[in-house]
Design a protein around this ligand. Structure first.
Ligand code: THU
Length: 136
């Protein structure tokens, strides 16, 4: 699965976004080491706080299906589902990624299938808090 294909899947996942409050629609496509893709979209809530980002939706779907090894995630988003630029994942999603992924996990932020940037988790969450801090 190449980056361009993964971005395309993220675009399709964005169509499922439930974002009636912000109207900012986000789609994610998470690739496992075994080459399976789990998609995610943002899911908002009238109480705002329970809102779940697209990236975490993808991770929680995958984890709940028994996956534990991931290689990369593609994310796209925009107001009313119109993607005009790349955006960076929120801090909470970076922390969730850090729970399950090494520093070399790749985060692909895309504007289109042909216009994207690739960052590592290490770049986006340096000096993070991790399971190493709480283990005995
Ligand atoms: N959102 C995501 O899905 N991922 C992010 O990394 C940042 C924000 C969603 C949450 C909310 O539904 C909307 O975008 C506006 O913040």
């Amino acid at each position: 699965m190449n980056n361009k294909e993964l971005v395309k899947i993220a675009f399709n996942a964005m169509q499922k976004a439930y974002a009636p409050y912000s109207n900012y629609k986000v789609g994610a496509a998470l690739l496992t080491e075994s080459n399976k893709v789990y998609t995610g979209c943002n899911i908002e809530n009238a109480a705002y706080g329970p809102t779940n980002c697209a990236e975490r939706t993808a991770f929680f779907k995958a984890i709940s299906e028994g996956e534990q090894s991931f290689s990369k995630i593609a994310i796209v988003g925009g107001k009313n589902g119109v993607v005009t630029d790349m955006f960076m994942p929120c801090g909470v999603c970076r922390q969730v990624m850090a729970e399950f992924c090494d520093g070399d996990f790749e985060i692909i932020v895309a504007k289109s299938q042909d216009d994207f940037k690739v960052f590592t988790l290490k770049e986006l969450l340096p000096f993070g808090f991790s399971k190493n801090n709480v283990k005995d």
